[in-house]
Design a protein around this ligand. Structure first.
Ligand SMILES: *Cc1c(COP(=O)(O)O)cnc(C)c1O
Length: 390
């Protein structure tokens, strides 16, 4: 059976070039980069080279990059690690990844105050609402760059200017956007930015946080002197090497991939619109990650579409991977004021470097009959047909 992986926002397949770069560090090059002897010293050089590659995709100084274990850790560090005297108010949005929202909720139980700004029907925050939420004690604004469920890209540059004007720290969760669209920290105007290896065809278990010079941070993990005391623990060397390679490749391929993925994503969108009635796009029509297409199929359950597509070898997702398994409607789609019954019919198709146009052809072949079959079985569809007088 054909296998088509369209769940790249959950995680991406490892690029073979990345695996090749990592192999020596899983085998003979095992030294601890903190060791003074040559086993350690040779590894230290390689780790620092990888740091340069991660810094490059962000237009940052390598000294501003701290390796972590994942995107969630980077986001936790941004929120729990930042401090400024007498400031304990955080501004975020209603559509952040759960690792931001739940960290905010945790901080609220520890005396912090959090404002969750709203989004419009495309899932875009309003910079003006953010500016109006700033108070005397505002410590940090954290707004994600590209949303993982709908792909909508937030006006980070504008928010960055506001944050700067008010002397407030600004963090962006760019886990989903790094390597897919430009993410230079000076263009975005951020003090802090999170990224993760496995979302850009690198390995799992490695992430990073960009910390702009002079930003004061507590470490999340105290102990050794690793990462200039900002994150203790022996480095995940194979992960770091793979992450560096993944950033190098993503940087090299970005311009072409942006065009190519946008084009095949649009083929999928147009094909669905042509072949299947009663569907809608969720997310911004154009200002969106090239990898992401979220659509609602009315009168069917996204869950059963997912299972039936899986039986045909096609992997997609309903809402966020982190919230699937529960039938809670996606908090992102809810914040966009999409009615719950339409949210329940939503599917997320997310593309990556290894998807080809023929993957889309296959989905367009198998999906329409599945939707039709599901609708035939749906009481909602029966009602709809009666109302339409069919
Ligand atoms: C995947 C993801 C995360 C979490 O990253 P992990 O590496 O899985 O911890 C955070 N934010 C966004 C936007 C993501 O897509």
């Amino acid at each position: 059976m054909k296998k088509v992986y369209l769940d790249n926002n959950a995680t991406t397949p490892l690029d073979p070039e990345v695996l090749e770069a990592m192999m020596p560090f899983l085998k003979e090059d095992f030294g601890n980069p903190s060791s003074v002897h040559q086993f350690g010293r040779t590894i230290r050089v390689k780790v620092e080279e990888a740091r340069e590659k991660v810094a490059e995709i962000l237009g940052a100084d390598p000294l501003e990059i701290v390796f972590t274990s994942c995107g969630s850790e980077s986001n936790n560090m941004a929120l729990k690690g930042i401090y400024k005297k007498n400031c304990n108010h955080i501004i975020t949005s209603q559509i952040e990844h759960p690792c931001i929202i739940e960290t905010c909720q945790f901080l609220e139980t520890h005396g912090y105050e959090v404002t969750y700004v709203s989004v419009d029907k495309y899932g875009t925050v309003n910079p003006q609402e953010i500016e109006e939420s700033i108070k005397e004690n505002t410590l940090l604004i954290t707004i994600m760059h590209g949303n993982n469920e709908i792909g909508t890209i937030q006006p980070i540059k504008e928010i960055g200017e506001i944050a700067k004007r008010h002397g407030v720290y600004f963090h962006t969760d760019a886990v989903q956007s790094v390597g897919k669209v430009p993410t230079k920290v000076d263009d975005l105007g951020v003090n802090l930015l999170s990224l993760a290896g496995h979302k850009l065809h690198g390995p799992k278990g490695i992430g990073a946080i960009y910390i702009r010079k002079k930003t004061r941070m507590h470490p999340l993990i105290s102990g050794g002197h690793q990462e200039r005391k900002r994150r203790a623990g022996t480095e995940n060397v194979p992960g770091i090497i793979g992450f560096g390679k993944a950033c190098e490749i993503a940087q090299r391929e970005m311009e072409n991939e942006l065009k190519r993925l946008t084009s095949i994503r649009e083929s999928l969108f147009k094909g669905i619109m042509e072949k299947i009635p009663h569907v809608q796009l969720n997310g911004h029509p154009t200002n969106r990650l090239p990898t992401t297409l979220n659509m609602s199929f009315k009168y069917v359950e996204g869950e059963s579409l997912l299972i039936n597509l899986d039986l045909k070898g096609v992997a997609v997702s309903t809402g966020s991977a982190c919230s699937s398994g529960s039938l809670e409607p996606s908090h992102v789609l809810l914040a966009m004021k999409i009615p719950p019954e339409i949210i329940h019919g939503s599917l997320r198709f997310s593309l990556g470097r290894f998807n080809k146009e023929e993957d889309i052809d296959y989905v367009l072949e198998v999906l329409p009959p599945i939707v039709e079959k599901m609708r035939e079985m749906s009481p909602l569809w029966e009602e709809k047909k009666t109302v339409m007088g069919k």
